[in-house]
Design a protein around this ligand. Structure first.
Ligand SMILES: [Ca+2]
Ligand SMILES: [Ca+2]
Ligand SMILES: [Ca+2]
Length: 213
């Protein structure tokens, strides 16, 4: 029985540690997974940048452009980054990528991503939107990654995170993104598990004390 209680406590503690380590609701937010996607174009080295009509977990208004192996900029996370303005630019078209995920109405979530613009002196701009949150970024930092962090409250059982290019020329150069994640704050599962773990440890201690008596 004593061994069983110890095992239960150890298992719960392991579960707490693993679930509190940022379980993002966004999949492929670092653009590392290109499996099953066939490149439909690319320039320069075949491994430096490629155009895809689709990527795992993401949808887009036009093509999606993935840079790899530190092409122009070092990745913020892993090897791949996304340039929002892909190729080719269609007349009047706006580049956007989006992904939907399950949410709980009224629950608070944190949105995180790393961004930077491609050229120092360009008019690159973009907008993010999810649930009731909307923000437009004009002329973000060049030469370094900026870490963006937002809070939002879910308004439906399915939320959609969208990145939209706003640069006036609607050309093929724009803003670059990596490490996009959405996490619930705090994560309800980890709180429940933490409380269960405390109860488990309490039982274990009580049991040890009664044996010592
Ligand atoms: Ca990445
Ligand atoms: Ca591009
Ligand atoms: Ca541009």
């Amino acid at each position: 029985m004593k061994i069983f209680r110890k095992l239960v406590s150890a298992t719960l503690l392991t579960a707490i540690i693993s679930t509190t380590a940022h379980a993002t609701l966004i999949e492929n937010g670092s653009f590392e997974n290109i499996a099953g996607s066939t490149a439909i174009g690319g320039y320069g080295s075949s491994s430096s940048w490629q155009i895809y009509s689709s990527l795992p977990s993401w949808e887009a208004s036009q093509n999606m452009e993935v840079w790899t192996n530190d092409f122009i900029v070092p990745a913020y996370d892993g090897n791949n980054v996304l340039e929002l303005n892909a190729h080719p630019a269609s007349a009047g078209g706006i580049f956007s990528i989006y992904q939907s995920f399950e949410t709980v109405v009224g629950q608070e979530y944190e949105l995180f991503f790393a961004g930077r613009k491609r050229h120092a002196n360009s008019d690159e701009a973009f907008m993010i939107s999810v649930a009731g949150l909307t923000d437009s970024i004009f002329n973000q930092a060049w030469g370094t990654w900026t870490e963006y962090s937002y809070s939002f409250s879910a308004t439906s059982a399915l939320s959609t995170l969208t990145f939209t290019s706003l640069d006036g020329g609607r050309d093929t150069t724009g803003n670059i993104f990596d490490a996009i994640s959405v996490t619930s704050v705090p994560e309800p599962d980890s709180i429940a598990l933490f409380l269960l773990g405390c109860v488990g440890l309490g039982f274990q201690r009580k049991s040890q004390n009664s044996v010592m008596k």
